[in-house]
Structures are given as structure tokens and as C-alpha cells.
Write a protein of this length. Sequence first.
Length: 394
Amino acid sequence: MSAHDYDKIRSEIRSLVDEVIRPNAEKIDRDGIFPRENLDALAKAGWNGVLIPKEYGGLGLDHVAFAIAAEEIGRACASTGLVYVMHTGAAQTINLFGNRDQKERWLKPAREGLVGTYSTSEKASGGHWWFNFSEAARDGAEHYRLNAEKSFTTSAGQADYYLFQTRSPGAKGPTDISFFIVDSKLEGISHGGWEALGVRGNHSGPISYRDVKVHARDRLGEEGQGKDIVYHGVSPVYLIGLGSVWHGVARAALEKASEHLTGTHHRDFDKKLSDYQVLRQQLGESKVLVESLRPWQTELARRLDDLQATGQPQGQILIPLTEFKVHAAEVANISARNALDVSGGYGYKRGPLERIFRDARAGIGMGPSNNIAREWIGKTLVGLPLELFEAGGE
Ligand SMILES: Cc1cc2nc3c(=O)[nH]c(=O)nc-3n(C[C@H](O)[C@H](O)[C@H](O)COP(=O)(O)OP(=O)(O)OC[C@H]3O[C@@H](n4cnc5c(N)ncnc54)[C@H](O)[C@@H]3O)c2cc1C
């Protein structure tokens, strides 16, 4: 696609965001409302299937387009942005690793508003979300039984299906992982609530799975293929999407702060806030950082498209994608902090700037947390193994 095509895509998603998503953002945050209305609008226009081929009801667009959509949604409402990224990620993982029957049943209905998400993290392994203690059990030749305490799942209690990660039956070690597409209406699933500092609409509550009976036709890929799916399915699309949402958040903070500076006037000395150099300096600091994100986002998204088009594993750019996620989350926090500083008491009061400040915080801890991610990056630089599953190995 050409630059002109991407401009068109941006202006299309931006119109939808301005019309539906932006006006809902404050209410979603204040009342902790799940952004159902926003998701329905995105589904109706096809954005919930942005990466899904047209034969399964999607738009058949690429990762550059997905990143643009995530950025524009995040720019208006981070809660909706995260829900959108988890959904798109779950759907794309099925697109890459699922069979025809699974794509018919789980991807096609996205157009009617079917929502998916990832259910991977467990309390017992914390931010090492790829490491599960839960283990699937066999139930006859055709079924599995799933038991797990998942600590955080975006869209918990709201999604129609959970892309569920666990150890394979009889697993010999933590790398023997399998994935299941779990219908959220199945018996034995219950979820907790979500009360948090920010992204209050994304409902990342805990989920308890008790003896949940899942048919073998909903196992994604083969038993034991989960490690592959983590590296080459879940992670790439999730990381580019997540970074793009934080990019949008960073941009929103800068825009709101600039508006406040030009729109606020001190009558005593007849000066606008924008007349103070110390405040302009802070905008300048944010701007330079924010502008570093878009070219990086586009370049990584293009690389994902190229890898997918040539049938190569996308996980080979895991570390660059992780670097982008870290930087985008940090820039969102710096931009939000500067915005709050330059807008004084008015910025501190309930409103878009303090919401963005609280929302941005989630980016630092979301998996891989920036601490864990910097460890991966540092280890890779000095030629050490990541030791994701056991000391000395991967
Ligand atoms: C808003 C939000 C949405 C989420 N959505 C989902 C979702 O959709 N699906 C899902 O499965 N999970 C989701 N998660 C979970 C997320 O990905 C992490 O697994 C979770 O936040 C880890 O929290 P914890 O308190 O268990 O971390 P802990 O691991 O206890 O981390 C505590 C501190 O230790 C640091 N730390 C931990 N391990 C290391 C290490 N090896 N090296 C250096 N520092 C380390 C961390 O950076 C952090 O500072 C979500 C979390 C949030 C906050």
C-alpha cells in the first residue's frame, strides 16, 4: 500500500474515533464502563477484523494499518485501545495458527461484534506471563478439562472467547504449552472485577477456570505448539499494537497540553501560558520524543508484514518490538507528566489530562513490564540467553 492509502486509512479511523470513541472516553473512565459501544462501532466498520482476510469477514489490511488504528484509538481512549489490541491480537493468532473450521467459527463473527482476548498471566508466575503452572487434563478422546487462576485478562467477563494458554496434559516442563480457544460462556468460568488507577474501562480482572470442558476442535495448533504460538503469534501483534496505543496516548497528552497553553491567559501581566519559555521547553521535550515513535512504529509494522508475506516467523523481531513497547510506554508517561506540569491546577483536576496520566502508568507494568523488557534487551546485547523458562536456556 502507498503512503496515500495509509493517509486515507488514518482519516477513516480518525472520523470514527472522533464520532464515537472520543465522546465516550470520560464516561468510560469515570464509571469504569467496558467500551462495548466503541467496539460495536469498530466491528460494524470492519476494524475488529483489520488483519483478518476478507474471506473470513475481515478488512484484509496489514500491520501498518493496524498500528495506525491502535494509535488513533489510543489517542482518544486508552481503555478502548487496549481492548482493541487484545482482541485484534487474539484474532490474528487464530488467523496465523488456526484451522479453517476455527476461522469460520471465531473470526467470521467478529463483524457482528464478537470479542476475543488473551488469557495468559497467572498469579504464581506474575509478569512472566509465558510461564504457566496450570495444566490441561484430558477428558476422553475428544475433550480437555482446563483449570487455572488467571491474574489479569483484559475484557474479563466481557469477551466472547479467551485465548487461553496453559501447559499441555502431562507436560514434562514449562515449555510444553498449548493454547485453547475458550468460549467465555462455558460452565466453570468466573471472573473478578476491575478497580484500578487507570485504563478503568478495560476490565483486566482475574478469571477462575474450574474444570472447564473444552472440545479438542478448539485447541489452537497442536499440543505442545504453544511456545511457537507465544513467540510467533501472540507476541508480535500484541507488542506492535500495545506500543501504538501508548504512542497515541503520548500524542494526546502533548496535544491537550499545547491547547491549554495557548488557551490560558494571565491577566495580571497579560501573558498566555504559552509565553513562558519554561513551559514551552517541556512541550518541546515531549514533542521530540513523541515524533520518534511514528517512524519506528511504521518500520516495525512493515517488517511484520514482510515476514508474514514471506512465511517467515514474526518472533524473530521480538526484541526490536519489545524496545518499541518500552519506549512508547516511557514516552507516554513523560508526555503525560509534562502535560500535567504545564497545565497547573486545572490539569490536576478531573479531566482528560489527569485521565491520560493515570492511563499511561499501565504501560510500564503491562507484560513484558519495562523492567523485564530491559533485561531481555540487555541480555541480548551481551549475548546471554533470555532464560524465559529455565536458567541457562530459553
Ligand atoms: C491494564 C493491564 C492489562 C492486562 N491485560 C492482560 C491480558 O489481557 N492478558 C494477560 O494474560 N495478562 C494481562 N495483564 C497482565 C500483565 O501482562 C502482567 O502479567 C501483570 O501485570 C504482572 O503483574 P504482577 O503484579 O503479577 O507482576 P510481578 O511479576 O509481581 O512484578 C512486580 C515487579 O517486579 C518486576 N519484575 C518481575 N519479574 C522481573 C524480572 N524477571 N526481572 C526484573 N524485574 C522483574 C516487574 O517489572 C514489577 O516492577 C494485564 C495487566 C494490566 C495492568
